[in-house]
Design a protein around this ligand. Sequence first.
Ligand SMILES: [Zn+2]
Ligand SMILES: [Zn+2]
Length: 244
Amino acid sequence: MNDARPETRLQIRIVPVTPLQQNCSLIWDTETKNAVLIDPGGDIDTLLGALEHFGLTLKEMWLTHGHLDHAGAAQEIRERTGVPVIGPHKDDQFWLDQIESSGDRYGIAGLRNVTPDRYLEDGDVLELEGVKFDVSHTPGHTPGHVVIHNRDAGIAFVGDVLFAGSIGRTDFPRSNHQNLIDSITGKLWPLGDDMTFVPGHGPTSTFGQERRTNSFVADQLTGYAGAEKRDGSNYDQKTAKRYT
Ligand SMILES: [Zn+2]
Ligand SMILES: [Zn+2]
């Protein structure tokens, strides 16, 4: 029997890494045991230990953006395993070039600068064992941020674009708040309310839940899909947690 839809063979585990508790995602095919790491930001031994625990063979690493907590372990794991680093968009190379200096600033040892084997562009397609993942370029938090999603499986890996109840910081060099809002309403919401997303930090949620309740990007704040706009002060943005 081999009539299962391919996505039903996928398993996902979220492994929080670094003191910033970044959600690294480990996804694999239950039959072939081939795996991908999305945003291997640090704690290399933990990540390699998780691969070993589940008996997996790492095939690729995918990066959503260039911040240290998302990309800091990629170079070391590439050296140890020989697997390629794919993404983010080339506009984040300046972040990938300062992982080591940022690590010093945050007091996190062992993180390395990295140059990907391949940059990603809007509309690119990634693949794990025949299951395709679409790539959207979503600038704002960083200029080269990408989101990786599979519509059939209803899952999106959104890095630091969107969180449960919050959105990415835009107080970094080359961040842009309006670009971030446009990325969320223009690239994420059209994927559908039922999409579950894995954010770079904190718990998972769905796009529909955030369109109703997120204190930065609820429809009543953005006017998305013709929603009647309300004053942003009706939403308590001060209590929302902002992540790196
Ligand atoms: Zn982050
Ligand atoms: Zn970030």
